[in-house]
Design a protein around this ligand. Structure first.
Ligand SMILES: C[C@H](O)[C@H](O)[C@H]1CNC2=NC(N)=NC(=O)C2=N1
Length: 115
């Protein structure tokens, strides 16, 4: 099933649990094709992208905006925060891998970058 970043952004996360909610490998690949710079983690359990900023202040502004998305969507990424970069890692613990929620949130994070 092809995805566009707009179609992902138009959706909201809902609770997804269990194996039935896990994305098939072909769906993950289709999702990543719509999300520039996002990659599957080496173990395949998540998706990840590193964002770079001019300074710590702007890095933290991004971190707080991502936290706001996490709060609104009730879907929470792991973050690696450094002085001028932040890596965002999404996976869905409740399915033990990737769900549509991860693609939706990644698309929302991309929207932050565009603004
Ligand atoms: C009920 C609620 O949707 C779940 O507890 C959510 C909360 N945030 C979550 N975040 C992530 N990353 N994975 C989950 O499975 C998850 N589950």
């Amino acid at each position: 099933m092809p995805y566009s970043i707009e179609s992902l952004r138009a959706q909201h996360c809902v609770p997804r649990k269990g194996k039935d909610a896990a994305l098939a490998a072909t769906d993950v690949a289709a999702g990543l094709a719509a999300l520039p710079g996002w990659q599957r983690t080496p173990d395949g359990s998540g998706i990840r992208k590193e964002f770079r900023f001019p300074d710590y202040f702007r890095t933290m502004a991004f971190v707080n905006a991502v936290a706001s998305i996490a709060h609104r969507e009730d879907h929470h990424p792991d973050l690696e925060v450094h002085y001028n970069r932040c890596a965002v890692h999404y996976s869905t613990h409740d399915v033990g891998g990737l769900s549509l929620n991860d693609l939706i949130c990644a698309a929302r994070v991309e929207d932050l970058q565009a603004s």
